[in-house]
Design a protein around this ligand. Structure first.
Ligand code: NAD
Length: 484
């Protein structure tokens, strides 16, 4: 990667077989700085031929490089990767802020350290994945081997490129697989830096290949490739369905982390001092470009006035600004197209009869949208049903626990739900009842590399993190031995 002049034009190259490469046909795509709208970087536009080379290199490392290393050697390299991410924290956070528009303070506090922790966590698993002995009838011995799948294709979106790549890559490598990573076309720079860091940590060439380009080209070629054993996808629900259909041709395994329309439920007995600022963060963290964004705030009628006042004043107080300013709390959205889509939803909210309490469009350069709160939202409104993936909060009231649970689950998604209550019985009752892959009680957006994470319903299937993801990145072989 080279940087030209003061205007920061980054000429990036991708990683195949341990070397930096341009696309075979020399084509490139441009990416934009969301805070200015100017070109930030040019990336190789990989197509089937480049993906072919990346898969061949991943296969070679699986068979004679990474795949041959003992777990303790893999563990050391993964741990070192975590250390190097920490060492390069300033560079990685800057790339992430420039590329995605997220505030650099958030990238330094969350994206980078969580990525390092993820490699450190999965480093521990590299020596602890094993089969079992099964007590079958004599005269036979039966045991299992838990084996890696081979080459894993990882496809990720632009909201947390480094962290989502870390989750997929660290887990796949810990289990003994090798990886071809297709970063998002809007923001690939931190993933390319990760390709370099893995090599610096001592991974054999081809263990992690990073192919940049367009989803329908490089991504589709990866999904179609018969030499890829599994696709681990995070992104939109429609793209996920498309990928699943395409993967059927080669029957490769697929896991899908898709969209959400999460409810954050505030009961009248909640600690409102904590619930109110958390409701603001739950929706507006990362510009609302978060699959678990608490975009539907369900509030008990009896505390509506206090919660709404607090949420609106907390939202107005958010510092929206330049991503590289350490004081910024919310940056621009990732692209012009996405900003326009989010503004379209704000218009639909008003047309649908909801009341805009604060927020809306923002004049000037860059893809900014003010954090926006709608009150008087009803379940049937578009803004209450569709994933906006931007800074738009819909406040909906409920009468009692049954109604809160019904509204929370009245969506095609099932990624995460937040509950704020001091009633421990209600908290567990609802946590068991809700059709949601994660339930947070008196907290929101809590994640840990050790804790399984994934969706119910159309939020996808499969789990990331913890041992659960390792089940999905390995296959079990049953071996019978006659003892006579
Ligand atoms: P997207 O689905 O448009 O793109 C995601 C990735 O898929 C990109 O790398 C893209 O290049 C690739 N892609 C696109 N078309 C493809 C195809 N035909 N074949 C193969 N790959 C293809 O999503 P996006 O707009 O970048 O991200 C936003 C979405 O991601 C939201 O719906 C959000 O909820 C979801 N998301 C989910 C999670 C989760 O963990 N559940 C986390 C973050 C984001």
């Amino acid at each position: 990667m080279t940087t030209e002049g003061a205007s920061v034009l980054i000429r990036a190259r991708m990683w195949i077989d341990g070397a930096e490469r341009d696309a075979a046909d020399g084509q490139t795509i441009d990416t934009f700085n969301p805070s200015t709208g100017e070109v930030l970087a040019t990336l190789p536009r990989a197509r089937a031929e480049d993906v072919e080379q990346a898969v061949a290199s991943a296969r070679k490392s699986f068979e004679s490089g990474w795949g041959r290393l003992h777990g303790d050697e893999r563990a050391r390299i993964l741990w070192r990767t975590g250390e190097l991410i920490t060492k390069h924290a300033a560079e990685l956070a800057r790339l992430e802020a420039l590329d995605t528009g997220k505030p650099i303070g958030n990238a330094l506090a969350i994206d980078v350290p969580r990525s390092a922790e993820t490699f450190e966590y999965f480093s521990g698993w590299a020596t602890k994945i094993h089969g079992e002995t099964i007590p079958v009838k004599a005269p036979f011995l039966n045991y299992t081997l838990r084996e890696p799948l081979g080459v894993v294709g990882a496809i990720i979106p632009w909201n947390f490129p480094l962290l989502l790549a870390a989750r997929k890559v660290a887990a796949a490598l810990a289990a003994g697989n090798t990886v071809v990573l297709k970063p998002p076309e809007e923001a690939s720079l931190s993933c390319l830096a990760l390709g370099r860091i893995l090599l610096e940590a001592g991974a054999p060439p081809g263990t992690l290949n990073v192919v940049t380009g367009v989803g329908e080209e490089a991504g589709a070629a990866l999904v179609a490739h018969p030499g890829v054993n599994k696709i681990s996808f995070t992104g939109g629900t429609e793209t996920g369905k498309h990928i699943l259909r395409a993967a059927a041709a080669t029957l490769k395994k697929v896991t899908l982390e898709l969209g959400g329309k999460s409810a954050n439920i505030v009961f009248a007995d909640a600690d409102l001092e904590s619930a109110i600022p958390n409701a603001v963060r739950a929706c507006f963290y990362n510009q609302g470009e978060l699959c678990t964004a608490g975009s539907r705030l369900l509030v008990a009628e009896s505390v509506l006035e206090r919660v709404l006042d607090g949420v609106v004043s907390g939202t107005k107080a958010m510092r929206v600004g330049e991503p590289l300013d350490p004081k910024t709390q919310m940056g621009p959205l990732v692209s012009r197209e996405h900003r326009d889509r989010v503004l379209g939803y704000i218009a639909k909210g008003e047309e649908g009869g909801a009341t805009r309490m604060t927020g809306g469009p923002r004049e000037g350069r860059g893809y900014y949208v003010e954090p926006t709160v709608f009150s008087g939202v009803t379940e049937s409104m578009t803004i209450a049903r569709e994933e906006i993936f931007g800074p738009v909060l819909s406040v909906i009231t409920f009468k009692d626990e049954a109604e809160a649970a019904r509204i929370a689950d009245a969506t095609e998604f099932g990624l995460a739900t937040g509950l704020w209550t001091r009633d421990i019985g209600r908290a567990h009752r609802l946590a068991h009842q809700l059709k949601s892959g994660t339930v947070w009680v008196n907290g929101y957006n809590l994640f840990d590399a050790a804790s399984p994470y994934g969706g119910y319903k159309q939020s996808g299937y499969g789990r990331e993190n913890g041992f659960e993801v390792l089940r999905e990145l390995t296959q079990v072989k049953s071996i019978w031995v006659g003892l006579k």
